[in-house]
Design a protein around this ligand. Structure first.
Ligand SMILES: *[C@@H]1O[C@H](CO)[C@@H](O)[C@H](O)[C@H]1NC(C)=O
Ligand SMILES: *[C@@H]1O[C@H](CO)[C@@H](O)[C@H](O)[C@H]1NC(C)=O
Ligand SMILES: *[C@@H]1O[C@H](CO)[C@@H](O)[C@H](O)[C@H]1NC(C)=O
Ligand SMILES: *[C@@H]1O[C@H](CO)[C@@H](O)[C@H](O)[C@H]1NC(C)=O
Ligand SMILES: *[C@@H]1O[C@H](CO)[C@@H](O)[C@H](O)[C@H]1NC(C)=O
Ligand SMILES: *[C@@H]1O[C@H](CO)[C@@H](O)[C@H](O)[C@H]1NC(C)=O
Length: 545
C-alpha cells in the first residue's frame, strides 16, 4: 500500500503532491503541505461559487463600443404628429380637396362641402376622443357638464349627417402628409412632398392622426455628418390652431403645441410613444436631431439548458401594421400591451389610437371609467403612487378584480418574451433660426402656401460609433473552461489528474480489500487452529482425572 501511495505521489500530474514527496527537508515538506491545503480550499470554494452562479441563471450584460461597418447604421422610425390634433380651417370649412384624394371618406364626394359646424367646445371634445383621456378636465361643474353634453350632441350630429365613423371624422380634420411635408431627402434622394409621403404611413395614435416613416433595414446612414441622414422641410401652418375649451380640457396638460417629431425604433409601439416623447419643431428654424444608437442583443440569453425560456423573437417578424397583437407581446412593449389588452378586456371597446381588433369606439364616459380603473390597478401592481390623483369614484370590486387578473396575466405572458435584437435611440436636439433671406428662397423653391412657415429638420447619427449591449446567461462551455482554469491555477491539475485519482482510489480500495481479506483469512485460520487446540486441551483435561 505504501508503494502505491508513493507511486501516486511521485507520478501524479497534480504536481503539488510530488513536491511534498520529493522535498528533502521537513520544513519544505510542511510548507508544501500547507500551501497545497490552502490552494485546495480555494479551489473548492471557487468551484462551489461557480456552480452556484451557473445554477442561478442570472442574465449578465456586457457593454462595448463598436464602430459601424461599411453598411452604416439603420435610420430609425420618424413620426410627425400635430400637437393641436386638428386644423382650424378644416374644422370650420368642412371638406378640403385632400380628403377625396386620400380616400378617407369616399361618400363625401356626394355631399356639397359645407361647414362641419364644430365650435371650440365640440373640437375640444373631439380632441379628447382622439387623444389621451388624461387631457380631460377632472372636476366638472354643472356648466361644464352641460357643455360636454352639448359637444357630444354636436359631434354625433356631424357623424350622422355625414355618415362618418368617429375615426373617419378625426382623420378628415387632421393634416394629411402632403400638407405637412414639403420635401425630404433620404439616402441622398431629394424628393418632393408627395413622393416623400409614399414612405410615410398614416397612423392613428393618442396624438390624433400622425404620419410615420417606418424604419427599414435598407435605409441607412453610411457617413457621419448632419446632412447624411434624413432631412425634411415641413410646412407648419400658421394661424391654424383650434381654440381649446376650458370647460372640457385640463388646460395645464395641453401646453405643447405645433408639430412634433418623434424618433423611435421600429419595434416600439408608436401609438403611445408619441405621447411620451417628441421634439416640438419650431417654424422658421432648423431643428437638428443628433442620434446615438444603443443596440441590445439578447440572442444568447437562452442557452440549450434553459429549456423553460421561450426562444427569442426575430425583429423582422414584428410589424405593428400587420399584427398588433404579436407586436405588443414581448418585453419591449409589455406595458403598452397591458394597457391595450386590459382596456379591451374591461370595456369591450376601443380608443381612437389604441385599437387591437375591430371593436367599436368607446364613448367618453366609458373611456374615462375604464382608464381610471385600469390605472388604479396598474399603480397598485407597480407599487407607485403615480396615479394617486385620479378622480375617486365608486369602484366596482368585481371590475377591479378583473383588471388585476388581466394585468398579472398579460405581464406574465410578455415579460419573458425577448426580441433577439433591438435598438434604442438617444438624441440631442439643437435649434437654430434660419436667416430670413434664405427662408424666402426656400419658401419659393418649395412652393409653400403663404400661410405656412417652413421648418427644417435633420435627423442623423453624429457618430458612426454605437454602444452594443450583449445580454447572456452562463453557458455550460463557460463553466467547463472556468473549471479548467481553477483546476490548473490552484491545483496544477487537469481532467487527467482526476482520472488518475479515480484509478488510484480503485487500486487503493482493491489493495486494501485484498489486505483486509488476507488478514481476516489469517485470523480465521488462526482462530480455527486455536479452537481445535482448545478442544484438544479440553479433551485432555477431561481425560486426566
Ligand atoms: C362653449 O361653451 C361655453 C359654456 O356654455 C360658452 O360660453 C362658449 O361660448 C362655448 N364656445 C363656443 C365657441 O361656442
Ligand atoms: C371642484 O369644483 C368646485 C366648484 O366647481 C369646487 O368647489 C371644489 O373645491 C373643486 N374640487 C376640487 C378637488 O378641485
Ligand atoms: C354610410 O356609409 C356606409 C359605409 O361607410 C354605407 O354602407 C351606407 O350605405 C352609408 N349610409 C348612407 C345613408 O349613406
Ligand atoms: C425593423 O428593423 C429591423 C432591424 O433592421 C428589421 O429587421 C425589420 O424588418 C424592421 N421592421 C420593419 C417592419 O420594417
Ligand atoms: C356620462 O356620465 C355622466 C355622469 O357621470 C352623465 O351625466 C352623462 O349623461 C353620461 N353621458 C353619456 C353619453 O352616457
Ligand atoms: C402669397 O402672398 C403674395 C404676396 O403677399 C401674393 O402675391 C400671392 O398670391 C400669395 N400666394 C398664395 C398662394 O396665396
Amino acid at each position: 500500500m505504501k508503494k502505491l501511495m508513493r507511486s501516486f505521489m511521485s507520478e501524479t500530474t497534480c504536481h503539488g503532491f510530488s513536491h511534498i514527496y520529493r522535498s528533502k527537508s521537513l520544513f519544505m515538506k510542511g510548507f508544501w503541505t500547507i500551501s497545497l491545503l490552502v490552494l485546495m480550499l480555494t479551489f473548492w470554494f471557487s468551484v462551489l461559487t461557480l456552480f452556484a452562479e451557473f445554477l442561478e441563471r442570472k442574465i449578465i450584460s456586457q457593454t462595448t463600443t463598436e464602430r459601424a461597418d461599411m453598411t452604416g447604421l439603420q435610420i430609425p422610425s420618424l413620426i410627425i404628429c400635430n400637437r393641436n390634433f386638428f386644423s382650424m380651417k378644416k374644422l370650420q370649412s368642412g371638406a378640403g380637396p385632400e380628403r377625396e384624394t386620400q380616400g378617407l371618406n369616399p361618400c363625401q364626394a356626394s355631399h356639397s362641402p359645407s361647414d362641419f359646424g364644430l365650435d371650440s367646445n365640440a373640437s375640444s371634445y373631439l380632441m379628447l376622443m382622439a387623444g389621451n383621456p388624461i387631457l380631460a378636465k377632472t372636476n366638472l361643474s354643472e356648466e361644464d357638464q352641460a357643455v360636454l353634453r352639448q359637444a357630444d350632441l354636436a359631434v354625433r350630429n356631424v357623424l350622422w349627417q355625414r355618415n362618418l365613423t368617429l375615426s373617419q371624422l378625426i382623420n378628415a380634420l387632421s393634416y394629411t402628409c402632403e400638407e405637412l411635408i414639403a420635401s425630404c431627402m433620404h439616402n441622398f434622394n431629394y424628393l418632393k412632398g408627395s413622393e416623400c409621403c409614399k414612405y410615410y404611413v398614416h397612423t392613428e395614435t393618442q396624438l390624433g392622426l400622425c404620419h410615420m416613416y417606418v424604419s427599414r433595414p435598407e435605409s441607412r446612414q453610411v457617413l457621419n455628418g448632419e446632412y447624411m441622414g434624413v432631412s425634411l422641410y415641413l410646412s407648419v401652418p400658421e394661424d391654424d390652431v383650434p381654440d381649446l375649451s376650458r370647460h372640457i380640457l385640463d388646460m395645464t396638460k395641453v401646453t405643447k403645441f405645433g408639430l412634433q417629431m418623434t424618433v423611435t425604433s421600429n419595434l416600439t409601439y408608436p401609438n403611445l410613444a408619441v405621447v411620451s416623447q417628441g421634439t416640438t419643431v419650431t417654424p422658421g428654424a432648423h431643428t437638428s436631431i443628433a442620434l446615438q444608437l444603443t443596440e441590445i442583443n439578447e440572442e444568447k440569453v437562452k442557452t440549450p439548458i434553459d429549456v423553460w425560456e421561450p426562444p427569442c423573437i426575430p425583429a423582422h417578424s414584428l410589424d405593428f401594421r400587420q399584427d398588433v397583437g404579436a407586436f405588443l407581446d414581448n418585453n419591449i412593449n409589455c406595458f403598452d400591451g397591458i394597457i391595450l389588452r386590459c382596456f379591451h378586456e374591461m370595456c369591450g371597446c376601443a380608443l381612437y389610437g389604441m385599437r387591437l381588433e375591430d371593436t367599436p369606439m368607446c364613448t367618453l364616459n366609458e373611456t374615462r371609467d375604464c382608464y381610471r380603473l385600469l390605472f388604479l390597478e396598474l399603480s397598485k401592481f407597480m407599487n407607485t403612487n403615480a396615479f394617486d390623483n385620479l378622480p375617486a369614484g365608486d369602484e366596482d370590486e368585481v371590475v377591479l378584480e378583473k383588471a388585476r387578473q388581466c394585468i398579472v396575466y398579460v405581464h406574465s405572458e410578455c415579460q419573458n418574451r425577448r426580441v433577439c435584437q433591438h435598438s434604442e435611440y438617444d438624441y440631442t436636439v439643437t435649434t437654430s433660426p434660419i436667416h430670413p433671406k434664405i427662408m424666402d428662397v426656400i419658401v419659393q423653391d418649395l412652393n409653400i402656401e403663404n400661410a405656412s412657415k417652413v421648418a427644417s429638420v435633420t435627423v442623423f447619427f453624429s457618430t458612426m460609433d454605437y454602444t452594443l449591449i450583449k445580454l447572456s446567461r452562463m453557458s455550460q462551455e463557460e463553466v467547463i473552461s472556468d473549471l479548467g482554469g481553477y483546476m490548473g491555477l490552484c491545483l496544477g491539475s487537469s481532467i487527467i489528474t482526476w482520472i488518475e485519482i479515480v484509478i488510484y482510489k480503485v487500486t487503493l480500495i482493491f489493495t486494501f480489500f485484498k489486505a483486509v481479506t488476507k488478514v481476516f483469512l489469517c485470523k480465521l485460520q488462526h482462530s480455527e487452529l486455536e479452537s481445535s487446540f482448545l478442544k484438544a486441551r479440553n479433551l485432555q483435561q477431561n481425560a486426566q482425572p
